[in-house]
Design a protein around this ligand. Structure first.
Ligand code: BG6
Length: 479
């Protein structure tokens, strides 16, 4: 007997900016990722203030899901997907984010995508904003630093809620909102990069701007949730956190306390607000010590209380270690780096693989909030090389996913309420941190390469057939 719910949402996840391409087609405007060049593990991608003809912008074509969506969703259906997490590209609907009327062509595209999902019985899970801020809002407002963005986001939400109300039930207000607590989040998330051109790794670190921007995002999220609850009671509204579990490197109490602080501000801060409807007690000291002053308006506290989410979702790829000692060896990571854990192996990109940490994390989250949870990103970014038979034999990816699903099962046995699992990049797409194609996550290989070449054809990897069995057996057959 499977330990997972009968209606467990097995599926996969993507983000519009990383796979749709068609960046300026049918009236779409430029979003922040459209201004980002390609890069690699060793050479950071850049954000530019205008499109530079001598640079390559991987989101512009990406894997062209825009013109391949029928073929791709058919492949997801072949694997037996129950759920497909994707995002709506804000700039397809409002090209600059500021128009009075939405772009009908953009709306029609998602009509077709969701209708196609419905045809196969696939439940869409929609991220309203997945690192896709209209670049015009960066130029005019310095992104979420300006309070005006709350109303602009609400205009966008109202349009997509009404348009897709019969097709979409599950919504996430912001992808990995907590990346806004880190310098790179200024590009990915808060859009507080007005006028900055340069490597994403050197973006100026302005905490005051980022935390003020986050405040506006919390209010916007809560307004959207409250509005949805009032007008569309059938909707389920969720938050989404980039969860990077950390451990104290040693049992030195200084390490333990340092890790507690790290866990609070990295992993809990944003969801404490989304789920509990107020700033957590520990934020006050953090703000004081970092010279941060949040300007709130009357009514903000009420709206935060009113707009608490129905379910909690998160990404989980890796864990790291925190120490106050200076002899630790640094590890790598997507958004955040910590110290190496001698008990863990790392991916080709240095992310420390920690399946048991997923069981631990699920228990920690459920113990804190006690609401249904979903893992909406997990997976192994790896170099895929074709075998002599021309196929991708990605046993390393299968091993990674198997070990994580085993630990999900343990957590369910522990008693956590897990709704579903949508591994990241179910079809190969552009990497968010490096802008590469070479870092592949998919069950489906896409013939597209870092230099922009490739015929975009799709091929099933070994993991495709494996995941199909996993879904068919509701997570029992992991062989
Ligand atoms: C998450 C993001 O941080 O990790 C995705 O929500 C991203 O957008 C994923 O693609 C994997 O990271 P990367 O850098 O390997 O693409």
């Amino acid at each position: 007997m499977s330990v997972f719910r009968e209606d467990f949402l097995w599926g996969g996840a993507c983000a519009a900016n990383q796979f749709e391409g068609a960046w300026d087609v049918d009236g779409k405007g430029a979003s922040v990722p459209d201004m980002c060049t390609n890069g690699s593990h060793t050479s950071p991608k850049w954000i530019t203030t205008a499109i530079r003809p001598d640079r390559l912008y991987p989101s512009h074509e990406a894997i062209d899901f825009y013109h391949h969506y029928e073929e791709d969703i058919a492949l997801f259906a072949e694997m037996g997907f129950k759920c497909f997490r994707t995002s709506i590209n804000w700039t397809r609907i409002f090209p600059t984010g500021m128009e009075a009327e939405p772009n009908e062509k953009g709306l029609e595209f998602y009509d077709k995508v969701f209708a196609c999902c419905k045809k196969y019985g696939i439940e869409p899970l929609v991220t309203i904003s997945h690192y896709e801020l209209p670049y015009a809002l960066v130029e005019k407002y310095n992104g979420w630093y300006s309070r005006e963005l709350i109303d602009l986001y609400m205009n966008y939400c109202k349009v997509i809620f009404e348009r897709y109300k019969d097709k979409v039930k599950y919504w996430l207000t912001f992808n990995e909102i907590n990346t806004g607590t880190m310098p790179l989040g200024a590009i990915l998330n808060t859009g507080t990069v007005q006028g900055y051109e340069g490597p994403v790794s050197q973006v100026p670190d302005n905490k005051q701007e980022r935390y003020q921007a986050l405040h506006h995002m919390f209010v916007a999220s809560a307004e959207a949730v409250a509005y949805a609850h009032e007008h569309y009671p059938q909707f389920q509204m969720g938050c989404m956190i980039c969860f990077v579990t950390s451990y104290a490197s040693t049992c030195d109490p200084d390490d333990v306390v340092a890790n507690q602080r790290q866990m609070q501000m990295m992993n809990w801060f944003c969801s404490d607000i989304h789920v509990r409807g107020e700033y957590p007690y520990y934020a006050k000291r953090f703000f004081e010590e970092n010279g941060i002053e949040i300007k709130a308006e009357p009514g903000d506290a009420e709206i935060l209380k009113k707009g608490t989410v129905d379910f909690y979702t998160f990404s989980y790829y890796m864990s790291n270690c925190i120490t106050t000692h200076t002899d630790g060896e640094k590890g790598d990571g997507n958004i955040i780096t910590g110290f190496k854990n001698p008990y863990l192996k790392s991916s080709d990109w240095g992310w420390q693989i920690d399946p048991k940490g997923l069981r631990y994390t699920l228990n920690e989250i459920y113990g804190r909030y006690g609401i249904p949870m979903m893992i909406v990103e997990n997976g192994l970014g790896a170099y895929d090389v074709k075998g002599e038979d021309g196929k991708i034999h990605d046993s390393y990816r299968i091993d990674y996913l198997r070990q994580h699903i085993e630990q999900m099962a343990e957590a369910v046995k522990d008693g956590v309420d897990l709704m579903g699992y949508t591994p990241w990049g179910c079809i190969d797409l552009v990497s968010a941190s490096t802008g590469e194609m070479a870092k592949r996550y998919g069950f489906i290989y896409v013939n597209k390469f870092d230099d922009g070449t490739g015929d975009l054809s799709r091929e099933r990897k070994d993991s495709f057939y494996w995941y199909k069995k996993v879904i068919a057996s509701n997570g029992e057959d992991l062989g």
